[in-house]
Design a protein around this ligand. Structure first.
Ligand code: NDP
Length: 297
């Protein structure tokens, strides 16, 4: 069997198109322009690339982008003051504080200072609780992107066996909650799981969010299963070069799976697209307007 490739790049483009259409309608009919503020503290090169990319895509879909680049020496109180200002700014509907923060800051405290209604990353403890109890919340972008691709591929997910590998707060746990919300039978596997291969082999849906290059191989996969590879790992490709691989060994998994996301070009592009989707959703909620269809969990 050769798996259908789930093209995250094309899917993300279709999400951005939907967001742009909704933004245009909000402008035309309500005179409202959704705004996303991204706060970066320090000089981490990878974070700078992410922030630039987020700003560019925000503007491309017609939203306002506000960027706050603060030096490494910023104190926690100074950062909290910026967040307070953004919480009270009616032009800002979404706030994202780029992680990781410098070590002298308490990330939980900073994230929980964001107004939950503007917490487009979905990391505020209120949003975590709302998601966990099946209530309307802001949903973390990467798992939301995975859910959108799974719904698009399968239609209904009801009754399917899903195994999520990884139990982080930003991917594994919210992913499991979302799959449960769509009536999957969910197992979360992690570094202490016994006979993990056998656990994964039961799955109709495998979501790998581990951070270990090509850990999941084709012999772990039930024939016909859908494999969503969240991992982004840079490995040595010889001659001083590197290449990106996922947490799944693509070639062997693709031989057995029914569908699979590649790395790069699978889950990755969906994350920023879902950030934009969350911002337009937050804007609609803030203004008491109907939410865009197909852009939320
Ligand atoms: P974390 O390091 O926070 O969590 C990794 C999880 O994997 C942990 O729960 C850990 O288990 C589990 N794990 C580690 N080793 C094993 C093993 N040998 N067998 C089974 N489980 C194992 O990572 P994140 O969730 O933040 O990210 C996971 C991957 O996804 C990374 O590659 C990251 O780069 C990528 N990522 C991609 C995004 C995208 O936009 N596409 C966004 C976010 C992340 P335990 O809890 O027991 O230690």
């Amino acid at each position: 069997m050769s798996a259908t490739v789930i093209d995250g790049k094309a899917f993300a483009a279709s999400v951005r198109e939907k967001v742009a259409g909704h933004v245009a309608r909000l402008k035309e009919e309500q005179g409202i322009v959704p705004g996303l503020a991204v706060v970066l503290v320090g000089e981490d090169p990878a974070s700078q690339v992410y922030v630039r990319s987020k700003g560019k895509q925000t503007v491309e879909v017609g939203m306002k982008s506000f960027e706050y680049k603060l030096p490494d020496t910023t104190t926690e109180d100074e950062l909290l003051a910026v967040i307070d200002k953004l919480n009270n700014d009616p032009q800002v509907h979404g706030i994202l504080v780029q992680l990781p923060l410098p070590s002298h800051m308490n990330s939980d405290l900073v994230i929980n200072a964001i107004d939950p209604a503007k917490d487009v990353d979905g990391f505020h403890i209120s949003n975590v609780g709302l998601l966990g109890t099946g209530q309307k919340s802001m949903v973390p972008c990467t798992p939301l992107g995975c859910l959108m691709m799974l719904r698009d591929h399968h239609g209904s997910l009801s009754g399917l066996n899903a195994v999520v590998i990884g139990r982080s707060n930003i991917v594994g746990k919210p992913m499991a909650q979302l799959l449960l919300g769509d009536s999957c039978t969910v197992t979360i596997a992690h570094s202490r799981t016994k006979d993990i291969e056998a656990v994964v082999r039961q799955a109709d849906i495998v979501v790998a969010a581990v951070g270990r290059p090509e850990m999941v191989t084709g012999d772990w996969i039930k024939p016909g299963a859908t494999v969503i590879d969240v991992g982004i790992n840079r490995i040595d490709a010889g001659e001083g070069k590197t290449r990106l691989v996922g947490d799944c060994h693509y070639d062997s998994c693709a031989e057995v799976a029914g569908a699979i996301t590649p790395v790069p070009g699978g889950v990755g592009p969906m994350t920023i697209a879902c950030l934009l989707a969350n911002t337009v959703t937050a804007c609609c909620r803030a203004n008491g307007l109907p939410e865009p269809k197909g852009l939320t969990a």
